[in-house]
Design a protein around this ligand. Structure first.
Ligand SMILES: [Cu+2]
Length: 164
């Protein structure tokens, strides 16, 4: 198993970010999409046991507009804070994640937030997140209007299904 290293100031968040795996997702960032403005799909939040301090939210952003845009914040009442995190794979095959100010998405392109990839870190959970339930959250963008939508809460195990 490879080492997973994090900047010390976010070491406490490691539990929800390490995903017990050490690969960085490499989805085709050249995938195209179309829609009316920003379209959010595949929205889910990782389930969290009682007492678990953190979790993460994942989704796909399609920029159907004609100009650059970016996700700049995430509002979720079930946590005290939400941070946008980028993940990278270093030359020595360690995964690290760092807070990022925004997640950019070019016109006609898709930005995918997923396990081992960029994600929204949910910090200071107010209550357990139960598999099968849903929860609302709001995404704010640099240009596009806010999008509020329902997130499906899923066990971490379910995102292993398509992972080899
Ligand atoms: Cu994170």
């Amino acid at each position: 198993m490879k080492n997973i290293v994090f900047p010390s100031f976010i070491a406490l968040l490691a539990a929800a970010c390490s995903n017990e795996r050490s690969e960085v997702a490499h989805h085709d960032q050249d995938a195209t999409c179309s829609g009316d403005g920003i379209v959010v799909s595949d929205a889910w939040i990782r389930a969290a046991r009682p007492g678990q301090p953190t979790s993460a939210a994942y989704f796909a952003l399609c920029n159907g507009g004609e100009s650059e845009d970016a996700l700049v914040s995430f509002t979720f009442s079930g946590a005290q804070a939400a941070e946008l995190h980028a993940t990278s794979l270093s030359e020595d095959a360690t995964v690290s994640m760092t807070p990022t100010d925004e997640i950019a998405v070019s016109p006609g392109k898709v930005a995918i937030l997923e396990p081992e990839g960029q994600h929204v870190m949910l910090i200071g959970l107010n209550a357990p997140l139960v598999d099968g339930e849903t929860s609302m959250a709001t995404l704010s963008f640099r240009n596009a209007p806010d999008v509020t939508l329902e997130f499906e809460i899923r066990d971490a195990a379910s995102d292993h299904q398509n992972h080899n």
